[in-house]
Design a protein around this ligand. Structure first.
Ligand code: PEP
Length: 295
């Protein structure tokens, strides 16, 4: 395996992260061809009941005052004892949102953090800080962080491991661009992302992981993947987890679809056997979110 991810990242100027990723690509591939992955599939009818998880990704929306108002507006609409409901909110909204949802069925999530606990990392926020503020879930590897902020799979893998070590539950995002979809190479892309992002992560940890399949061409575009397209990739991800770990782990991991999910299309997407929930951007900021939770 390449030298520790945090060392690579620390030694490398931010804008060069993508180059580092490419430089270490060969080594990572070599590592994965040597690693002792369990290659067997266990097929049977012992599928575990997975609890549905509907998470809102508020992105860079809502001031603290607006955030509390939204929590109050959604409070009765998102009630459902059979669903894990999560609001992943901007860092500045975490404390007021945690206070506003106290005593409800809503869990608090964050949208980003850095892999060190503390120190000279101006502008960053750490996993222990999030944990102390009441955060349970953390989005990692969202396409906006990959594309706009240059986060690569080396950093994303380090974040997944750090999140687990700190007691946070990662919502690990993956997804292909329109170009990869059109080139029909999206399956290989997704498998590669997940394999790298979970390098060194244990089966017990993966059982508590949430994976969000988010085709980039469907995020914020109003163009949703069809339920069959979403199911195809979510099933592929579950089969990959079975290959990398074992069937029990694959049966336990929860897989969400994300990409223009809304009150109108949620029920069909969520009816698919390998789609255990949704990661929702735009529609999580309005009353529609309640309809998605109860779809
Ligand atoms: C997202 O950003 O995770 C997302 C799915 O956004 P939207 O629902 O707006 O497409």
């Amino acid at each position: 395996m390449p030298s520790a991810a945090s060392d690579i990242i620390r030694r490398t100027p931010f804008v060069r992260l993508h180059d580092v990723f490419l430089a270490y690509e060969h080594q990572i591939c070599t590592y994965w061809s040597e690693v002792d992955v369990k290659q067997y599939f266990y097929r049977g009818d012992k599928t575990m009941a997975r609890r549905r998880i509907i998470a809102g990704n508020w992105k860079m929306n809502k001031t603290p005052t607006e955030a509390v108002a939204l929590c109050n507006e959604l409070k009765d609409l998102v009630k459902n004892d059979d669903v894990d409901v999560v609001y992943c909110v901007p860092a500045i909204d975490i404390v007021p949102v945690a206070e506003a949802v106290k005593g409800t069925n809503v869990h608090v999530g964050a949208e980003n953090f850095y892999i060190e606990d503390k120190g000279a990392f101006t502008g960053e926020i750490s996993a222990p800080m999030l944990k102390d503020a009441g955060v349970e879930y953390i989005i990692i590897g969202h396409s906006e962080r990959r594309d706009i902020f240059g986060e690569n799979d080396v950093l994303i893998n380090a974040k997944v491991k750090k999140a687990f070590a700190a007691g946070l539950k990662p919502i690990l995002c993956c997804g292909e661009s329109l170009a990869l979809r059109k080139a029909d190479t999206y399956k290989e892309w997704i498998e590669r992302q997940i394999t790298w992002d979970l390098s060194g992560v244990s089966a017990d940890q993966v059982k508590n992981l949430v994976i969000a399949y988010e085709p980039i061409w469907a995020i914020g575009t109003g163009e949703t993947a069809t339920a069959d397209q979403a199911e195809e990739v979510c099933k592929l991800i579950r089969e990959l987890i079975a290959k990398l770990y074992d069937q029990a782990t694959a049966d336990a991991v929860r897989i969400q679809y994300g990409g223009s999910m809304n009150a109108g299309n949620a029920a069909e997407l969520l009816s698919k056997p390998n789609i255990d929930g949704g990661l929702i951007g735009g529609a999580s900021l309005k009353a529609d979110f309640g309809q998605i939770v109860n779809a």
